[in-house]
Design a protein around this ligand. Structure first.
Ligand SMILES: [Zn+2]
Length: 168
């Protein structure tokens, strides 16, 4: 049976609801291009909260492991997902763009039927490095997070340093 929760964004946030579960990695089709294999599961927690300015928001926490392709040796590279992000809800795209927002805050247009899987998939896509490499893949000393997404700094704060290093 497919697990496809849908939430009413503002209602969820304003009543402080919490939704927890997990999705098999294979249920995130937009990630498949960057995966070495579609194995494992991603655990999630979506919490209805308020952002620092008191606006309704969804806090999204994701935990799990993705198997990426090292862009240097093309071998599997374990990537630890440890994501904790806040999405401030907007009533429309216009509101989301017009309202000056702290650069650390992401906006998402809320609806009565927000597909949780799609929200999580968006966050996973943002978190995956653009050109992942094993930290110890070559002697070049290239960081495994080079060329990664705007969330690279967030991962840094979370202490991301996956056990993907493959020794000689
Ligand atoms: Zn490698």
């Amino acid at each position: 049976m497919r697990h496809q929760p849908v939430i009413d964004g503002f209602e969820f946030a304003e009543s402080g609801r919490v939704l927890k579960g997990e999705f098999p990695v294979r249920d995130f089709p937009r990630l498949h291009d960057v995966l070495h294999e579609c194995a494992g599961e991603i655990g999630y927690v979506v919490s209805g909260e308020r952002d620092r300015e008191g606006r309704p928001a969804l806090r999204i926490e994701l935990r799990g492991m993705l198997s990426l392709n090292c862009q240097r040796c093309l071998q599997p590279l374990d990537f630890q997902v440890a994501l904790d992000t806040m999405l401030t809800l907007a009533r429309s795209q216009f509101e989301g763009e017009a309202d000056p927002v702290d650069s650390n805050i992401e906006r998402v247009v809320a609806s009565k039927e927000m597909a949780v899987r799609d929200l999580l998939e968006d966050e996973l896509l943002l978190s995956v490095p653009f050109a992942p490499r094993h930290a110890s893949c070559t002697t070049g000393g290239v960081s495994s997070t080079e060329g990664s997404s705007p969330f690279a700094k967030l991962r840094g704060l979370l202490g991301h340093d996956g056990p993907g290093g493959r020794n000689n």
